[in-house]
Design a binder for this molecule. Structure first.
Ligand SMILES: [Zn+2]
Length: 448
């Protein structure tokens, strides 16, 4: 008898363990994203003599280079407030005047706090010549105009504890963003230029990646490379779901080749922590290059075989070795979104299926599907069953058919929101998580 109860106990225990394992596997992405927050612990890191990087004070980093009789600041964070916190830390390192500010590119998280670092020092402000026009273009960016309430940075998430991080930084601070921008005073055209500021020799290298105006900064005497956003500790955002113009993926690959070639001993990106040691830098940059190139090459090969976007997403995968590389974890961008963006860049919106030349409106298609199913009720029943079977994507898609015909359906609104929450909780990508959860919150609050 005792024997039997021991067996029952063992069976029960192994059931609990199997359940725990399944649970852990289901939420593995989210837990990895949570652990990734350690990357943004707030700290000013001394990289090598005269080079410091402030991590975790803002979405991006600010880098301080100390010269003989002055300082250089590379990237200036999002806002005046963020910049003030870092300036106070930099002041503890040196009070020499700031002779130069360098923008690696125009994005808001790099240019918003320049006035704080400049103070009354009147530094030169360096950037690539294309930065000013690209910034103006980006400021006029259309995005999704918040129609579905999705926000990749998770700003409006309530309670705030739902927000884990922003994939490449703790969180984008919107308040006061952009107010500290200073226009560049020294720009260069073409591939590169060499400057000397406060006795520090620097090569500014045009290295398009997230943006076409991106530059990297190479300090040949210290063997320090500042790659801007051409490299960070997360799968690159080859496409931004917040809605931007397409990013130049082939140019991004070429830029990484340039960065590998300089053979840096220190890599200090504008997001996430610095990397020290020639071999470590080389291996990180090489993995990054190989990961992007693999996704790009597979997508182009699939396009040549006539594959369509959904088929390409099913097909294109990183090799197990690349997929396991710490620098290619999908905390920010994802392979699937990259594949769709590369398709759009090379082929455009039309997938080659003549049916899709002039498709039905969503409303007409949905009306036909509902009619086929016998009305909205059986579609919602199916959506609920899919939810119970953890097929949350199907739940959301079926709810969308109902909402296209009956936008006020509270059952459909509720089911869709619950499905988006479940999808968000299973994401490794902060952008994906934040977008799902903020969309769900918007639906539950505003019903659309
Ligand atoms: Zn950035």
């Amino acid at each position: 008898m005792r024997h039997l109860s021991a067996i029952i106990g063992l069976v029960a225990m192994s059931c609990v363990m199997a359940h725990d394992r399944a649970f852990a596997q289901e939420f593995a992405g989210r837990e990895k994203l949570r652990a990734h927050s350690a990357e943004f612990r707030q700290e000013v890191v001394k990289v090598t003599d005269g080079v410091y990087v402030a991590v975790g004070f803002s979405l991006g980093n600010s880098i301080l280079i100390e010269g003989m009789d002055g300082l250089i600041v590379v990237d200036t964070l999002t806002s005046i407030n963020d910049a003030r916190a870092v300036k106070a830390e930099f002041d503890k390192i040196s009070r020499k005047p700031v002779r130069a500010i360098i923008y690696t590119h125009h994005h808001a998280d790099h240019v918003g706090g320049a006035t704080v670092f400049a103070g009354t020092d009147h530094p030169d402000v360096y950037a690539h010549a294309s930065m000013v026009t690209e910034r103006a273009d980006n400021m006029a960016n259309l995005g999704h105009a918040g129609r579905d309430g999705g926000n990749q940075f998770g700003g409006p998430l309530i309670p705030e504890s739902m927000h884990i991080n922003d994939g490449v930084g703790p969180q984008l601070t919107i308040a006061g963003g952009g107010a500290g921008y200073l226009a560049p005073t020294r720009t260069f055209d073409g591939d590169e230029t060499t400057i000397a500021v406060a006795g520090v020799r620097m090569q500014l290298v045009h290295a398009p990646a997230e943006t076409s105006d991106a530059i990297s900064v190479w300090l040949p005497d210290k063997k320090v490379l500042l790659p801007g956003d051409t490299f960070y500790h997360a799968f690159p955002n080859l496409y931004a779901i917040r809605g931007t113009r397409l990013r130049p993926v082939d140019a991004w690959i070429a830029s990484l080749e340039k960065l590998i070639a300089v053979q840096a001993d220190y890599l200090v990106p504008s997001h996430t922590r610095p990397i020290s040691g020639g071999a470590a830098v080389r291996s990180a940059l090489t993995a990054y290059h190989d990961g992007i190139k693999s996704a790009f090459d597979q997508t182009v090969a699939g396009i040549k075989q006539g594959l369509r976007p959904d088929e390409l997403v099913d097909r294109v995968k990183l090799s197990p070795e690349l997929a396991a590389n710490p620098y290619l974890q999908e905390f920010y961008g994802t392979v699937a979104w990259s594949v769709r963006a590369i398709y759009t860049e090379y082929i455009g919106w039309f997938d080659g299926n003549a049916t899709n030349l002039f498709p039905l409106s969503m409303k007409d298609r949905a009306a036909a599907i509902l009619d086929l199913a016998g009305g909205a009720t059986p579609v919602l029943t199916k959506a609920r069953a899919a939810f119970d079977q953890k097929n949350y994507q199907l739940t959301a898609e079926l709810a969308d058919y109902v909402l296209a015909v009956h936008p006020e359906s509270s059952d459909a609104i509720n089911l869709k929101a619950q499905a988006l929450i479940q999808l968000g909780e299973r994401q490794i990508s902060a952008n994906g998580r934040n977008f799902y959860l903020s969309s769900a919150q918007y639906l539950l609050r505003d019903g659309r």
